[in-house]
Ligand binder design. Structure first.
Ligand code: SF4
Length: 380
């Protein structure tokens, strides 16, 4: 690529993309204002999540927490509940703790300098660029995987986009491309082109506003770019879970518990579950009907740690949940607690356990996999 071609190609890209975006942009709720708080929340929600999924969550979240102050003051459990189903819950926790910092340190006004925005919890280089450019129209690049895909194709860049050095050079390129005074619209145009036209599979080059100068397309490489080394697939982890059914005054309820304050899915609610002890051999036996004796042994040993005894269990269903690095493959059973003694006294519950029925479930935030199991259980 000679330097004159390069600058003409860049100029063309910037001009055409900006005018295309202004004509074709989708009407999305967070685009109706330049409120930095709205932009921030939307960008956090949109990480790893599709626009269509985010829209109702964003609207509900803004009804509930319309301002920085409202989110800063809200109990964390309410925020997690509003996030329920979006996954990656650390995003919600980091967002709230950063919003609290904005409330305390900046009087509730989202700051407008790169240093201050980038120092907020959970706000990486992409989100920093998005907030500064969209809300404040500052010429900062906002480069994520979608943007790197578009730039790799248009400029025929064959560097591995999983490498940090590629991201740095893409950020430099993206910054050079920003037309004067139009950072917000240009960055959104890049994201929009990646979402609607220059899609991961089968890009719609024939309707693309920058096709005339797209080097990747000219070389017939639009489908093979970007170069991306494969991330490691999530490691399967087999687990037994149990829906413990209540009796007597807890009839119609099931037992849930809260996860610890730190670590995976922190503070969310779940059904008791335990790892399958010898996964490789047991994996072969996985199937409808499960292995109630093995499941009982593992779950009973696990619950004994909380002072609870478990009666016999029966098969309910299978369920799966994929995190970025682990995939839980669950065999789910139903069962009851054993009474504490021959006097049939009710078992005292540890403080992080609750009995809930279908309505009471609504007050607690669950990871998707447990919501699916509980909905299937109560919907039987
Ligand atoms: S022409 Fe095709 S490959 Fe090039 S930017 Fe447009 S959609 Fe992407």
């Amino acid at each position: 690529m000679s330097s004159s071609e390069s600058s003409e190609q860049k100029q063309y890209f910037s001009t055409e993309l900006l005018s295309w975006y202004r004509r074709h942009k989708r009407d999305l709720p967070w685009r109706r204002s330049r409120n930095p708080y709205h932009i921030w929340v939307s960008e956090i929600m949109l990480q790893q999540t599709r626009v269509d999924t985010v829209i109702p969550y964003f609207n509900r979240f803004m009804d509930k927490f319309p301002t920085v102050a409202a989110l800063a003051e809200a109990p964390e459990d309410e925020v997690l509940k509003a996030w329920e189903g979006l996954g990656y819950y650390s995003r919600a926790r980091n967002l709230q703790s950063a919003v609290r910092e904005v409330q305390e340190r900046y009087g509730g006004v989202v700051p407008d300098t790169k240093e201050e925005v980038a120092s907020l919890k959970g706000v990486g280089p992409y989100t920093t660029g998005a907030i500064l450019s969209i809300a404040y129209n500052k010429p900062e690049p906002a480069v994520d995987g979608n943007v790197m895909r578009v730039l790799s194709r248009y400029f025929l860049i064959e560097d591995d986009i999983m490498k940090g050095s590629t991201r740095v050079s893409m950020e430099k390129l993206a910054q050079e491309l920003i037309p004067e005074g139009a950072a917000g619209d240009f960055n959104q145009g890049l994201m929009e082109l990646g979402a609607l036209v220059c899609t991961p599979k089968s890009p719609s080059c024939l309707t693309c506003p920058v096709m005339a100068h797209c080097a990747g397309r000219a070389a017939g490489m639009e489908e093979s770019l970007p170069v991306k080394t494969k991330a490691k697939p999530p490691r399967p982890e087999r687990r037994y879970a149990v829906v413990i059914e209540g009796a007597a005054e807890h009839a119609g309820r099931v037992l849930i518990r809260q996860r610890p304050a730190e670590g995976l899915l922190a503070r969310l609610w779940e059904l008791p579950h335990a790892a399958v002890p010898t996964a490789p051999a047991a994996a072969e036996a996985r199937g409808e009907g499960g292995d109630p004796a093995a499941a009982h042994a593992a779950l009973a040993a696990h619950l004994a740690g909380d002072g609870l005894g478990l009666g016999p269990v029966g098969w309910l269903m299978q369920a799966e949940h994929t995190f970025s690095h682990i995939r839980w493959e669950m065999d789910v059973y139903t069962g009851r607690l054993e009474e504490a003694s021959a006097l049939l006294l009710p078992v005292p519950l540890p403080p992080h356990y609750r009995w809930v029925n279908r309505e009471e479930m609504e007050q607690y935030a669950f990871p998707n996999v447990f919501l699916r199991i509980l909905n299937a259980y109560f919907g039987r």
